[in-house]
Design a binder for this molecule. Structure first.
Ligand code: FE2
Length: 376
């Protein structure tokens, strides 16, 4: 009996060599960070947190850091054409560059992942200012996307050294966004399993759910998806790849327009999706339209729920149930002109899954948009 326990303990230690405390921040490289910051404040209710740029001693770029509860977004634009940021933006348009993960030891996170085959993006370094120190390191993941490991236990400032607190007189109300629930990556044909293996081998994640093209197909197009989770479940990264269908997969459309692999959507949790989505819609955030017929039979499928159906239907919020409970979710249209990244708003009421029961309705909605763009 004790040997079983020992084996289990050893297995846990073996797999949890990379303890992640949560998402630290998400950085997007954008064409005009000043205007993007205004959009995320106005439309999504983010608050200004920190700023870096020429005024703070950073000569070649500007970065605005926005916050809403535990969600931190960084928006960065290069001030010169000749830079890695400008090259990234030229190729991909606005998109996620960094999924930063909060760790206790950024030096150890680097050592552990590099020795397991991770490709270095940033060697460990310690940056300091009057408020303390932050240690950082980083590795590449799919496409040109990177994971930074951020250790901030000895830091008391607004964000990190190099940034100043961003004071603004324009502070629209938050909309109730709480934390990052999951971030989804789109990878190329036949690349889902290699990236699943990367998250298993290099970062100690487990594959907790899989969807094949039978689960996720409509009359026209298909995709496959596997959900990767770290040991404590704080970080979940579903990985999608296109699958063959009669017409072009929505993942293929993303890959064509992003010109490579990258982050498809960021799912942010709320504890009152009706209030949050009402506020977002009032501020001009556009969501995928779900046909009214979806709601005719929905309660037969998901059973009793706490919410009235009328506001859910009015707002276009989707419902799904698994063994542990149910969830409410809705998806924005892409937030750039290229049909690439979008947001999901999710409220979990026990369910730990990802809305499999909604895939068909959802993908048909995406395909209507795709057809409108002439890309189906
Ligand atoms: Fe999602």
């Amino acid at each position: 009996m004790s040997s079983t326990t020992d084996t289990a303990t050893n297995a846990a230690q073996e797999t949890d060599f990379l303890t992640l405390n949560g998402t630290d921040y998400i950085e997007l490289y954008v064409g005009n960070a000043k205007q993007s910051a205004h959009y995320y404040k106005t439309a999504f209710g983010f608050q200004g947190l920190a700023y870096a740029g020429p005024e703070t001693g950073v000569k070649d770029r500007v970065s605005y850091v926005l916050v809403q509860d535990k969600v931190r977004l960084m928006l960065t634009t290069s001030l010169k054409s000749d830079s890695e940021i400008s090259e990234h933006h030229k190729k991909h348009g606005d998109g996620v560059k960094v999924l930063a993960l909060w760790v206790d030891d950024a030096y150890d996170a680097y050592e552990q992942t590099i020795k397991r085959g991770g490709k270095s993006y940033m060697e460990p370094k310690t940056i300091t200012d009057d408020h303390g120190e932050v240690c950082m390191s980083g590795i590449y993941t799919y496409g040109e996307t990177v994971h930074l490991f951020v250790e901030r236990k000895n830091y008391k400032g607004a964000f990190m050294p190099g940034f100043e607190k961003w004071e603004s007189t324009y502070n629209p109300e938050p909309v109730g966004l709480k934390y990052i629930d999951h971030c989804v990556g789109n990878v190329d044909w036949n690349q889902m399993n290699p990236w699943v293996k990367f998250y298993e081998d290099v970062m100690g994640f487990k594959n907790i759910l899989s969807f094949d093209d039978e689960d996720i197909s409509t009359e026209y197009s298909a995709l496959m998806s596997k959900v990767m989770s770290n040991g404590n479940g704080y970080i979940k990264f579903p990985i999608n790849e296109p699958a063959e269908g009669k017409k072009k997969s929505q993942i293929e459309e993303y890959l064509d327009f992003y010109e490579g692999e990258g982050v498809q959507h960021i799912a942010i949790a709320t504890d009152n999706i009706i209030e949050t989505v009402t506020a977002l819609q009032n501020r001009g955030v556009e969501f995928l339209n779900i046909p009214g017929s979806y709601y005719e039979t929905i309660l037969d499928r998901v059973g009793e729920i706490d919410e009235d159906l009328a506001p859910l239907k009015e707002l276009g919020i989707l419902i799904d149930r698994d063994e542990e409970g149910y969830l409410l979710q809705i998806f924005t249209k892409p937030v750039e002109d290229r049909p690439t990244m979008f947001f999901e708003i999710i409220q979990r009421k026990g369910a730990q899954s990802f809305g499999k029961g909604n895939f068909k309705a959802l993908f048909e909605a995406i395909e209507r948009e795709q057809a409108n763009r002439g890309n189906l």
